[in-house]
Ligand binder design. Structure first.
Ligand SMILES: *Cc1c(COP(=O)(O)O)cnc(C)c1O
Length: 411
């Protein structure tokens, strides 16, 4: 089979997949937390520190200019990757969390008493807490869109919540718990009708879907490199130029200033205005290789393979007695590679520990989404999430180990 051979070739590019865990081959199914890195990313990191390391934008010397050039090339590459209009709309941060905090803090001037911010109940904490704090500071109100039983967002309630009072709407493109792909285009357009600014948390997206700023017409879009086969500690904030120009930075220091005197400081142009201090130069430059890796396979090919794998896994899991699936929808065009579940009367940690002993890495617990856990009335879940290197055999092994875990736990 074409894919079988292809996936084997891809797996060979990931050294960590040869690791043994308690003498079992590693079966890595925690990709929604972070993906593993292909050898071209690992090599680029070594190359950077061996041949290129220096600070950027600051010096006239050769290495600094070369590093600066590479960083700006990556900015261009990401602009292309997400179909943005201007390079200056791509701001480097340390990841999704920092990007959202940057917006929430810089929006300070824009939010007043009595204003409203809308999020959903399936937020990752990093798209929940910054807005909650902002509302507390400003005596604004945080409104929450509920979800239906199957995990789909309640658009009817959103239609009722949105009003002229709404200043910001911030929701995930893909929920990191339910794996549901939200109807963000509808939400973006509707929010704009009311003059609200929209931020989309795209942390789970770049390894699953194409990202198109031109089509989405969104104000802010954020994601991290480490969930798309890239390094940790780097991510982006995409922002619409017009809004970025009006925003006041929330970090101050080197690089983000134009003129500093005893009386007054003026800021640089975007994107530099928001990039105070030395950025993760290595991370940014290495990230480029992760994008090349994704593009060499093709995001549509990745999507189609992972979709097949996910639907196979869901079919297998459904055949396990007393297994409860969350975000269980039949339409796979609305589902990413994330599957969360519980087994009735068993604790997710107990299952997680047994799977770990058998070499399978999954995530257990509240999955950084306590409001959603409360909404669904559970204390935690087991989450498996796939990447391009996962195989059908691994899914079979997961199934076998879950049956075994049930037996061990006397279920
Ligand atoms: C992982 C994740 C985040 C946080 O990303 P960091 O890289 O840890 O900053 C935010 N939102 C969603 C949906 C995520 O999956």
């Amino acid at each position: 089979m074409f894919w079988e051979k292809k996936i084997q070739e891809i797996r060979n590019q990931f050294p960590i997949l040869k690791e043994k865990i308690y003498s079992h081959p590693l079966v890595y199914m925690d990709n929604a937390a972070t993906t593993q890195k292909p050898v071209q990313v690992i090599n680029a990191s070594q190359y950077y520190y061996s041949r290129l390391n220096s600070n950027i934008h600051r010096a006239t010397h050769f290495l600094s200019q070369k590093a600066t050039y590479h960083v700006e090339q990556v900015r261009k590459k990401i602009k292309k990757f997400i179909h943005a209009k201007h390079n200056s709309e791509v701001i480097f941060t340390k990841g999704t969390t920092e990007s959202i905090n940057l917006v929430a803090n810089s929006m300070n001037f824009f939010i007043n008493k009595g204003d409203e911010i809308i999020i959903s109940c399936s937020e990752h904490h990093s798209n929940f807490v910054p807005w909650q704090i902002l509302c507390q500071r400003k005596e604004a109100t945080l409104k929450i869109i509920p979800i239906q039983k199957n995990g789909l967002i309640e658009l009817k309630t959103f239609d009722l919540l949105i009003s002229k009072k709404t200043k910001i709407v911030s929701i995930p493109h893909i929920s990191n718990v339910l794996g549901i792909i939200n109807p963000i285009k509808y939400i973006i357009d509707k929010s704009h009708e009311y003059g609200a600014i929209v931020l989309i948390d795209g942390a789970q997206v770049p390894s699953n879907l194409c990202i198109n700023m031109e089509y989405l017409n969104v104000d802010f879009y954020v994601f991290s490199a480490h969930k798309m086969y890239g390094p940790t500690g780097v991510g982006i904030l995409y922002g619409r130029k017009k809004i970025l120009n009006q925003m006041i930075p929330y970090q101050f220091g080197g690089e983000m200033v134009e003129k500093v005197s005893l009386q007054k400081t003026t800021y640089s142009e975007i994107p530099f205005k928001f990039e105070a201090g030395t950025p993760n130069v290595e991370g940014i430059i290495v990230w480029s290789q992760a994008i090349d890796f994704i593009e060499s396979i093709g995001i549509l090919n990745i999507k189609s393979y992972i979709e097949k794998l996910t639907s196979y896994a869901i079919m297998k899991l459904k055949s396990i007695k007393k297994l409860i699936l969350y975000g269980n929808i039949d339409d796979f065009s609305q589902k990413s590679s994330i599957i969360s579940f519980n087994i009735e009367n068993l604790h997710c940690f107990d299952i997680g520990v047994i799977l770990d002993r058998l070499g399978i890495a999954v995530r257990t617990g509240h999955l950084c989404a306590q409001p959603l856990m409360n909404f669904l009335k559970v204390s935690g879940m087991i989450r498996v999430s796939f990447a391009i290197y996962n195989t059908f055999q691994e899914v079979d092994y997961l199934y076998k180990c879950l049956i075994k875990a049930k037996k061990i736990l006397n279920h």
